[in-house]
Design a protein around this ligand. Structure first.
Ligand SMILES: Cc1cc2nc3c(=O)[nH]c(=O)nc-3n(C[C@H](O)[C@H](O)[C@H](O)COP(=O)(O)O)c2cc1C
Length: 215
């Protein structure tokens, strides 16, 4: 009898003022309820020295971070990405880009030995800038999918469920009575804060076949 490999998913999040963490929790809840016990879902929030800061405090941290690598300290991960098939990584957008502390953190991971896939997501007020490019530059490959959520999303749970709909096909999970959502719909992953039906504020180019965002 062939033993099927049980997929392991790590939801990994950095969050200073709490928005991305709350969003990641919504993803976790939805993913767990829709996959039941088919896959293992592990949640980890990275602990950083900037956690719990106000917006003003974060701006100060960012300013320092431009000049100093150790400005925001991140505790070592509790889990190893090498133990997972799929990593869902999320963090906030700072200055239209990947915050330095996230770049430094990602650089510290054993990326070359990690053979699994990535789903990268971020939260921002409205302008995500080069967030995905910044993260992909460090991980050295394209993520299977990207997800964006505005921080004041009134339909957070629905947006999180949309992300999960795009993750499930990559995990080989099909829901009973429900066709898997099409892959590569990054245009629908962002909303403008008014309704989750709205297209992304900043259109992205899509490779239609693979669903990967192209530069
Ligand atoms: C230092 C700093 C820079 C920011 N830069 C941007 C930005 O360029 N574009 C944007 O839309 N939001 C920006 N924001 C807003 C955050 O991306 C947004 O509030 C995010 O949801 C915060 O996530 P967190 O609570 O998980 O830390 C910035 C916030 C801070 C503190």
């Amino acid at each position: 009898m062939t033993e099927t490999h049980r997929k392991r998913v790590l939801i990994l999040v950095t969050s200073i003022t709490g928005t991305t963490e709350n969003f990641a929790r919504a993803i976790e809840k939805d993913l767990k309820s829709r996959t039941k016990d088919e896959i293992d879902v592990v949640f980890e929030k990275l602990k950083t020295s900037a956690d719990g800061q106000s917006m003003a405090g974060s701006v100060w941290t960012m300013t320092k971070g431009v000049f100093s690598k150790g400005a925001t300290k991140i505790d070592p991960m509790a889990n190893s990405i090498l133990d997972f098939d799929f990593v869902v990584f999320g963090g906030p957008v700072w200055a239209w880009d990947t915050p330095r502390f996230i770049t430094y953190f990602l650089e510290s991971l054993p990326i070359r030995d990690y053979k699994g896939e990535w789903f990268l997501f971020s939260t921002a007020e409205s302008n995500f800038g080069k967030m995905e490019e910044g993260m992909e530059k460090v991980i050295g490959k394209k993520a299977l999918e990207h997800g964006r959520s505005v921080s004041k999303d009134p339909n957070r749970d629905k947006t999180a469920a949309e992300f999960v709909s795009r993750i499930l096909p990559h995990l080989g999970v099909t829901e009973a009575g429900d066709a898997p959502a099409p892959s590569g719909t990054a245009e629908t992953d962002t909303n403008d804060g008014e309704t989750s039906e709205q297209p992304a504020a900043e259109p992205q180019t899509q490779n239609e076949e693979s669903g990967l965002k192209t530069d």
